[in-house]
Design a protein around this ligand. Structure first.
Ligand code: ADP
Ligand code: MG
Length: 620
């Protein structure tokens, strides 16, 4: 017999667990069953792909036994088993550093049991109920020896050779005094039904099978209740929130598909998923062949959870053949189509639920628009944006198009950092004056996405800072020109020149605006290519970002501009003039979401304020 020390992290974890006040201690059984089921899946896979397996005829099953007088409980399986090295590696260490600190926090919040299984430390939860645990295991490898691992949940465990003829693992638990309740038939049956009902191998308590076993996805949808779908989701993901949506997909041609997919309710649970990677559980005729398959859905749908079973998938599926197999291609196409269709229906029929979806996963749909050219028609109806007319509510493109003004030929959008800045943008002057709706694209991803979103239902998408927008009926805004007559062309010309001198290389041109109404000036792009959307993306990701060259347009009718022009006429050298021009320019960068460092403006603003206050304080 050999005595070994647990790794420091395990010691800490065991300390937390054995002193835990966690009320749902029963989850230890779920964790042991889950390990047994994993072990059975793995040996099943070995038997199908490799013929040299110990005890090939043993029933693939999980057995739970107990002795109420002795207060003992055993959970055994005929799974893949463990060698001596595997016992030490799997039951003496923790794969994830950081897991313990996190679990400590959850312990304090009484939420330990919800997610312990997701940290690759589920096994240790048995120490919430055990004074002593003995694991005896024999690997499936024909020449393997059996070994016993024992621990009292303190800092050490022992390993010694054992006698065990059959393949698999037996976990013997000496229950704590206050955990005697678990040595009871009805209690065990109740726990199995609650947490492990859909485990696909039979679970015996004494000699009776107590779990339902039937793979849910192989049933007919009209035999499955909503509660059962929700319960299956919970067992699959350990997410305690109900899913937002479930889909049950069954097809026989051109390929066989039995699949249950879920849209979760929030993205948050992501932080708990240290261990589990994303992906669907892939089965071939009920045999689990991949835990996190990433090929069955496009990458942008990676938030979808679920199971896919298909008789057309080869068992020895290597990664390459997954991608090249025709059956896989069919399945992927079918699943994507069904998911996107279900999301569209949710959007059409249950806008409130859809809003929850959009807030959690809208970013993934945008990623899809940017990456999945073929999925365009299914993806665009899923997009939602706030607009200049929606008061913060989300609007679909179809809704926008449905209320386009007569004569309006394009869909307009404005890019920026927040609803607050875009709604104040000078670009909107012309649109407000014409009662034109503008989409507010304020998510950092939007700049990226909009490059591949050039049109919707034949209507081009146009950036409001496009230099050559053809807006309908300009007549009514020409009102600005009336006031503009107060500023003679010659005086206005000098003002434009002054802007040019002050801003120099930083702007491409200075010119009069034809569209501004309430704002003194605005920046427009010299060209309308996708390049300028990329500039925004670069600002977020590049160190040496440079403010792009723009054209500054001046509103000849604006009081600020008119006063500034007069000041140039009367006090050419007044430093206030250049400071105002600088500040106007930087205000625009800020509004555009292009300013590299807004804090730099503070000293100038201060100077301007000092002058304004000083002027006002002078006796009249
Ligand atoms: P996880 O199951 O998330 O990996 P656990 O702490 O539950 O984490 O188990 C740790 C490891 O111990 C498992 O990954 C597995 O390799 C091994 N193990 C536990 N129970 C069994 C079992 N019944 N049969 C075979 N291996 C097991
Ligand atoms: Mg486990």
């Amino acid at each position: 017999m050999e005595s070994l020390e647990f790794k420091a992290e395990v010691q800490q974890l065991l300390h937390i667990l054995s002193h835990s006040l966690y009320t749902e201690r029963e989850i230890f059984l779920r964790e042991l069953i889950s390990n047994a089921s994993d072990a059975l899946n793995r040996v099943q896979f070995e038997m199908l792909t490799n013929h040299n397996v110990l005890d090939p005829d043993a029933e693939l099953a999980i057995r739970i036994d107990f002795n109420a007088d002795a207060k003992t409980l055993t959970v055994s399986d005929t799974g893949i088993g463990m060698t001596r090295e595997e016992l030490i590696e799997n039951l003496g260490t923790i794969a994830h550093s950081g897991a313990v600190a996190f679990l400590k926090k959850l312990e304090a919040e009484q939420r330990l049991g919800d997610i312990i299984g997701q940290f690759g430390v589920g096994f240790y939860s048995v120490f919430m109920v055990a004074d002593q645990v003995t694991v005896t295991s024999r690997s499936y490898l024909p020449e393997a020896q059996a070994w016993t691992w024992t621990s009292r949940g303190d800092n050490t465990y022992t390993i010694s050779p054992a006698e065990k003829r059959e393949r698999g693992t037996t976990v013997e638990i000496k229950l704590k005094e206050d955990a005697a309740e678990f040595a009871s038939e009805w209690r065990l049956e109740q726990i199995v039904k609650k947490h492990s009902n859909y485990i696909s191998f039979p679970i015996y308590v004494k000699d009776k099978i107590v779990n339902q076993q039937t793979a849910l996805w192989r049933k007919s949808p009209n035999e499955v209740t909503d509660e059962e779908y929700a319960e299956f989701y919970r067992q699959l993901t350990l997410d305690y929130e109900k899913p937002l949506l479930h889909l049950h997909i069954i097809t026989d041609a051109p390929v066989d598909i039995r699949s249950v997919l879920y849209v979760p309710r929030s993205r948050e649970r992501g932080i708990f998923r240290l261990r589990t990677d994303y992906g669907l559980k892939l089965y071939s005729r009920k045999v689990l062949i991949q835990e996190n398959n990433k090929d069955m859905l496009p990458e942008y749908l990676r938030f979808i959870e679920g199971v896919v079973d298909s008789a057309d998938i080869p068992l020895n599926v290597a990664r390459e053949s997954v991608q090249s197999s025709r059956a896989m291609g069919h399945i992927k196409k079918a699943l994507r189509g069904r998911v996107l269709k279900a999301l569209k229906e949710l959007g059409d029929e249950k806008p409130d639920e859809y809003k929850i979806f959009w807030e959690a996963f809208g970013a993934f749909i945008k990623e899809g628009v940017a990456t999945d050219f073929g999925g365009r028609d299914e993806l665009l109806p899923l997009l939602r944006f706030p607009t200049s007319k929606s008061n913060g509510a989300l609007v679909a493109l179809s809704e926008y198009v449905g209320r386009m003004r007569e004569g309006q030929t394009a869909i307009y959008y404005i890019l920026g950092d927040s609803l607050d800045t875009v709604s104040r943008s000078p670009h909107l002057d012309a649109f407000k004056a014409r009662d034109l709706e503008v989409l507010y694209l304020v998510d950092p991803l939007d700049a990226f996405m909009v490059q591949s979103l050039r049109e919707y239902e034949g209507k081009p998408l146009k950036n409001v800072d496009d230099p050559d927008l053809q807006l309908p009926d300009v007549a009514e805004v020409q009102a600005t020109q009336e006031t503009a007559t107060a500023l003679p062309a010659e005086v206005f010309g000098k003002l434009l020149l002054r802007f040019k001198n002050v801003l120099g290389e930083r702007v491409k041109d200075v010119r009069e605006s034809k569209v501004l109404k309430d704002s003194p000036c605005r920046l427009v792009s010299p060209d309308s290519g996708p390049e300028r959307e990329m500039q925004r993306v670069r600002r977020l990701i590049e160190q040496d970002y440079e403010v792009p060259l723009k054209i500054i347009e001046i509103n000849r009718g604006h009081p600020l501009i008119q006063n500034l022009a007069r000041l140039i006429e009367t006090q050419f050298a007044n430093p206030l003039i250049d400071a105002t021009i600088e500040q106007l320019y930087e205000n625009l960068l800020l509004l555009e979401g292009l300013h590299p460092n807004p804090a730099q403006m503070v000293p100038r603003i201060q100077t301007l304020l000092e002058q304004a206050v000083a002027t006002s304080a002078q006796p009249a």
